[in-house]
Design a protein around this ligand. Structure first.
Ligand SMILES: *[C@@H]1O[C@H](CO)[C@@H](O)[C@H](O)[C@H]1NC(C)=O
Ligand SMILES: *[C@@H]1O[C@H](CO)[C@@H](O)[C@H](O)[C@H]1NC(C)=O
Length: 273
C-alpha cells in the first residue's frame, strides 16, 4: 500500500493511472461540450483593432488602422457607419457590403485600393449616402459600381487616369464639399493631363469618344456611306448585266437553235407518256 499524491490510498499502478486522467473540472466541461452538440455558443468577437460603438444613436463599426487586408466578416447587420480607413485593402470584391442593409456611411480612405468591382456596393442603393475613396491607388473605377447610388463621394488623392470612366462616374455621383480640387490626373493619364485637376478638364472636354451625340452622328454617316456603296455596286452590276444581254441579242444566235430542239423533245416525250 502506498499513499497517493492527494492523500488517498492506492496501489502503485492505480496511482499512475489516476494521475493520467484529466482533472474532474476538465471532464465536466468536456461533457458539457458533448451535451451541447459540440458547439459552445460564443458571442461574435470583432477582429483585432475593430470595435462596435453607438455614436449619436447609430451603430458604428470602427476598424481604422487595424492592419486589415480584406473586408472583415461578421460585421453586425445593423451597422450604419463603417470605418475601414487606414488599412491595407487592395480591392473591394463584388457584394462586399451587401449584408449591411442600413449602411449609410462607408470610409475606405487611406488604403491601397487599386481595384473596385463593378458590384462593390451592390445592395446599398437604398441606404448609402457617404463614401470615402480618397487617398488610395485608384487610376480608374467602373461606372457600374455607382449606378443607382445616391451618394456623396470623396475621390481625392488617387492617381486618376482621367478617362471616360471617371467622367461618367462624376455624372453619377455628387462630390463631397471641397473635394473637387483633390481629383488630379496621375502618371497613367494622357501626357498632357498628368498633374492637372480633372474637374475643369472634364467640364470642357468630352473624354467618352466624341460624345454621345457625336458618336451617334458618326455611326449614322458610316451607315449612309455603307448603304451608298452597296447601291453603287448594285447599279453597276445591273448596268453590266443589261449591257451584256444587249450584246448577246445583237450577236448571231449560235447556241440558241439547240435549246428549242431539246424542249420539243421533252414536250413530245411528256405527251407520249
Ligand atoms: C439582422 O439579422 C437578424 C437575424 O438574421 C434579423 O432578424 C434582423 O432583421 C437583421 N437586421 C437588419 C437591420 O437587417
Ligand atoms: C476628402 O479626402 C481628403 C484626403 O483623404 C481629406 O483630406 C478630406 O478631408 C476629405 N474631405 C471630405 C469632405 O471628406
Amino acid at each position: 500500500m502506498a499513499v497517493g499524491g492527494n492523500g488517498s490510498y492506492c496501489t502503485p499502478g492505480l496511482c499512475q493511472y489516476l494521475a493520467m486522467l484529466p482533472p474532474a473540472s476538465h471532464l465536466l466541461s468536456l461533457l458539457l461540450v458533448l451535451g451541447t452538440g459540440g458547439t459552445v455558443p460564443s458571442p461574435w468577437v470583432p477582429p483585432q483593432g475593430c470595435y462596435v460603438a453607438e455614436e449619436a444613436g447609430e451603430r458604428t463599426f470602427r476598424c481604422s488602422q487595424a492592419g486589415l487586408s480584406a473586408v472583415p466578416t461578421g460585421i453586425p447587420n445593423d451597422t450604419r457607419k463603417l470605418y475601414l480607413d487606414a488599412n491595407r485593402l487592395a480591392s473591394v470584391p463584388a457584394g462586399a457590403f451587401q449584408h449591411l442593409p442600413v449602411l449609410e456611411e462607408l470610409d475606405l480612405s487611406h488604403n491601397a485600393l487599386v481595384h473596385l468591382s463593378g458590384a462593390a456596393f451592390q445592395g446599398l442603393a437604398g441606404s448609402l449616402r457617404h463614401l470615402d475613396l480618397s487617398a488610395n491607388q485608384l487610376a480608374s473605377v467602373p461606372v457600374e459600381a455607382f449606378v443607382g447610388l445616391k451618394i456623396q463621394v470623396n475621390l481625392s488623392a488617387n492617381p486618376w487616369r482621367c478617362d471616360c470612366a471617371l467622367q461618367e462616374v462624376l455624372r453619377q455621383v455628387r462630390l463631397a464639399p471641397d473635394t473637387g480640387t483633390g481629383i488630379v490626373c496621375g502618371p497613367g493619364a494622357r501626357p498632357d493631363l498628368v498633374g492637372q485637376e480633372f474637374l475643369p478638364l472634364a467640364g470642357e472636354e468630352e473624354l467618352c469618344g466624341t460624345g454621345r451625340g457625336g458618336a451617334q452622328r458618326s455611326t449614322d454617316v458610316a451607315l449612309l456611306v455603307t448603304m451608298g456603296g452597296w447601291l453603287v455596286l448594285v447599279v453597276a452590276y445591273l448596268a453590266h448585266y443589261v449591257w451584256q444581254n444587249r450584246d448577246e441579242t445583237r450577236r448571231p444566235l449560235k447556241p440558241a437553235p439547240v435549246l428549242p430542239v431539246r424542249s420539243e423533245d421533252s414536250s413530245t416525250l411528256s405527251t407520249v407518256v
